[in-house]
Design a protein around this ligand. Structure first.
Ligand SMILES: *Cc1c(COP(=O)(O)O)cnc(C)c1O
Length: 361
């Protein structure tokens, strides 16, 4: 068996040690004679797994006690509707910052429930930078402010946390757990699991408990954060196996030294890849230096006719899923926590070699 290096944006690479542990525990979890997949979600065993995962996440991000941690379903996309339904209360207004594909989708969905003020947008700059704090036009009477701290498709990451006088909500699907985070600066954080947490099917929500009483009356029960919190995220049958695997990832992260250790490694991984791109004549990344994502590194080829051969040869070299998103084209290397530094080294030497062999300038 050979495992390739996987640069997929999501579902993304998982730590090999986690997959191995899951394999060892697949048929018989801790001598109980059954797989986690076959357990009742009401059993002591699974409740223990779920509580341990929740506690490990709380430890990793130092989530304060006044925040609830929820494991929900429907991916980050469902949160685009859940956020307004849960947080609008009696207000009809919300502020959204527009920095690319994902924040635009959140705006589109929220517009069905509220009047949305686009409080800042860098669309005119092709989303190559984020708006500065001074550029934000926030409303005093908005129910909340929403933004996406890392645009997975554009490879654009905020280098600051917006200051707001209303609750701050953040889509952190592709950056959560990649570096330390001051949760207390936020009122709500959400993240689809399949980037930096675990398998697809789960969406993590971290929310201040005092926001759990603002839902609109017609909210579907399954979308209510209050109901989820009252039922420890088990109002219905949760995606138990995805929850268990996420828990294994949290334990793996703790063993690596937590988010401080990951930040050191992630910064080093990203900087060497950007430096290889900047020092080449063939490859380029257009994002403002301060806003270059540590997790998603898009790059274009000066000669676009080389793109197909780049993808073919990289795949043959065991470097998978480098094709950029269809909306931006080019290439993208997603280098989440679980992508080892050796993968980035292999990608960089492949890129250098490819440029020498194919690019005449
Ligand atoms: C992947 C992603 C989403 C969508 O996630 P789903 O789980 O597929 O709904 C939303 N926001 C960001 C920033 C993402 O990276």
């Amino acid at each position: 068996m050979t495992r390739a290096y996987n640069f997929c944006a999501g579902p993304a690479a998982l730590p090999e040690a986690v997959l191995q542990q899951a394999q060892e525990e697949m048929l018989d979890w801790h001598g109980k004679g059954l797989s986690v997949m076959e357990m009742s979600h009401r059993s002591d065993e699974f409740v223990g797994i779920a509580e341990q995962a929740t506690q490990d996440l709380r430890d990793l991000l130092s989530v304060p006690a006044e925040y609830e941690i929820l494991f929900l379903q429907g991916g980050a996309n469902l949160q685009f509707s859940s956020v307004p339904m849960n947080l609008l209360g009696t207000s009809t207004k919300a502020d959204y910052i527009d920095t690319g594909v994902w924040s635009a989708k959140a705006i589109k969905e929220a517009s069905r429930y509220a009047s949305i003020n686009v409080a800042g947008s860098t669309k005119a700059d092709k989303y190559h930078r984020v708006p500065t704090q001074a550029e934000l036009s926030l409303q005093q009477d908005a129910a909340y402010v929403h933004y996406c701290s890392n645009e997975t498709i554009g490879g654009l990451e905020f280098d600051y946390i917006p200051e707001t006088s209303t609750p701050l909500v953040c889509d952190m699907s592709s950056t959560i757990l990649s570096r330390p985070l001051d949760v207390s600066r936020f009122d709500m954080i959400y993240a689809g699991a399949q980037k930096n947490i675990g398998p697809a099917g789960l969406c993590l929500v971290i929310i201040k408990k005092d926001l759990l009483n603002r839902e609109i009356a017609s909210i579907p029960t399954m979308m209510s954060y209050r109901v989820a919190a009252e039922n420890a995220s088990m109002y219905n049958t949760p995606p138990t196996y995805a929850w268990y695997l996420s828990g294994l990832v949290f334990q793996w992260l703790k063993k690596q030294g937590g988010v401080d250790a990951m930040a050191t490694i992630n910064e080093r991984k990203a900087m060497k890849l950007y430096s290889a791109i900047d020092n080449s004549a063939l490859f380029a990344n257009p994002i403002a230096l301060a806003n270059r994502s540590w997790m998603n590194v898009p790059f274009t080829l000066a000669d676009t006719s080389l793109e197909d051969i780049f993808l073919k040869e990289s795949e043959e070299a065991g470097l998978l899923n480098l094709k950029g998103h269809r909306s931006v084209g080019g290439m993208r290397a997603s280098i989440y926590n679980a992508v080892p530094e050796a993968a980035i080294d292999a990608l960089i030497s492949f890129m250098k070699d490819f440029e020498q062999r194919h690019f005449k300038g």
